[in-house]
Design a protein around this ligand. Sequence first.
Ligand code: ZN
Length: 171
Amino acid sequence: MAIRRILTLEEPVLRERTRKVTTFDVSLHRLLDDMLETMRDAPGIGLAANQVGIGLQIAVIEIDGVLTELINPQIVRRSGEDIDWEGCLSIPGFVAEVARSLKVTVKARDRHGKEFRIKGEELLARALQHEIDHLNGVLYVDYLESLEELVRVGESDSAGDDVREGAVAGI
Ligand code: ZN
């Protein structure tokens, strides 16, 4: 396994729609293993393949020790609304409050090509939406009315709440 460089905001590959995976072979497994190691090293709770420069529909999420590998993921159901702080490994040092669906159901394939569904709510739902956005070239800052809504990690927000590093996971 190897740690790969995480690309940041200005890299064009983060703005491109990724392609579907059609071959579930050892090179895919190696990429997934590298992505997991890169995410853990960051540290973060999610990582999409285009964040390491690979334009394919692949993402990993790890929350509370539960690892989910997503190939060709699609949201098939969503409900409710949840507004919370969100960060991104490709936008280091900043967070913002982002409205997301509270619950989502995602259809995806595993590393062997087998289809599965995963339901998530709150943080897992947020991570699923964030990663699938990445695979469509969308970043969370796209939902902000202004980049002034970004808060530097460690600063206080407008309500005076301290936004601490670690309180907001990088996805
Ligand atoms: Zn991200």
